[in-house]
Design a protein around this ligand. Structure first.
Ligand SMILES: [Zn+2]
Length: 257
């Protein structure tokens, strides 16, 4: 059965308010249907829409790292040192200093954040970026908030480091190491599977007396011959006449085609 979400869960996932989600639905970007818990939307549709909204943001802000830094700076504008606020005669310029110090910061500056940043980085991460440094690791706080609201949490990498204005904590490092190990293991499994598929295709082709071509898209017959010629020379240099002969046969077959 298709997984469905309530409107409020979908809004959380997309980091928009419920009225915001209603506008999205009015524009026809997401369709709701009646379910046992009221209006519902297909979880896959929400995930697809989220990806599309993020792609649109990346179109507008191609440099995610710079955009993250900008967002951080909106939340935490630099406060110039007091000694810079002086009048021409050297007396303190209290009025200008008061204005600079009154700039909204942290939570109070969230209203100035570009909504695109919320779409791209997620509400949990943007809210966490607005937390005072004393509250601890912003990435950990964002992960916790994201799991509470069932929405995407912080990603790894430079953009999130710039957004949070912090280096990852020890716990993040430990979690990243696990995630990276899993990614590498998955990659290796895919490579091994591709290798097995190639070997079986090669065996099938040879059994049928055909030339086996590895999956190199766009390789012409000439390029294939060049590759076999190079491999044949290497085989000759390594004193492997059987392999050299095999490559010579492949070249002959390509030429006869
Ligand atoms: Zn952390």
């Amino acid at each position: 059965m298709k997984e469905t979400w309530t409107i409020s869960r979908a809004a959380n996932y997309l980091s928009v308010s419920e009225p915001g989600l209603r506008k999205i639905m009015l524009r026809g970007e997401l369709t709701a249907s009646a379910g046992p818990r009221g209006k519902e939307v297909a979880a896959d549709d929400v995930r697809d829409l989220h990806t599309r909204r993020q792609m649109a943001v990346i179109g507008r802000h191609p440099n995610a790292v710079a955009f993250a830094q900008e967002t951080h700076d909106v939340l935490w504008p630099e406060q110039p040192a007091a000694h810079l606020f002086v009048n021409a005669d050297g007396s303190p310029d209290a009025a200008t200093m008061a204005r600079a110090m009154a700039q909204k910061r942290g939570k109070d500056a969230l209203v100035y954040v570009d909504p695109d940043a919320v779409t791209l980085f997620g509400r949990s991460s943007v809210t966490a970026a607005a937390l005072p440094r004393e509250k601890g690791c912003r990435a950990c706080w964002a992960s916790l908030d994201a799991s509470m609201y069932d929405r995407p949490g912080p990603g790894r990498g430079m953009a999130y480091r710039k957004l949070f204005g912090q280096q990852p904590c020890e716990r993040d490092f430990a979690e990243w190491a696990v995630a990276e190990r899993l990614e590498r293991a998955a990659e290796k499994a895919v490579q091994a599977q591709l290798g097995r598929i190639e070997m079986s295709r090669k065996a099938q082709a040879e059994a049928a007396g055909k030339i086996w071509r590895p999956a190199v898209p766009g390789e012409s017959a000439a390029q294939l011959v060049t590759r076999h010629q190079a491999a044949m020379r290497t085989a000759q240099q390594r004193n492997n006449p059987t392999l050299a002969e095999w490559h010579a046969r492949q070249i002959q077959r390509v030429k006869e085609q």
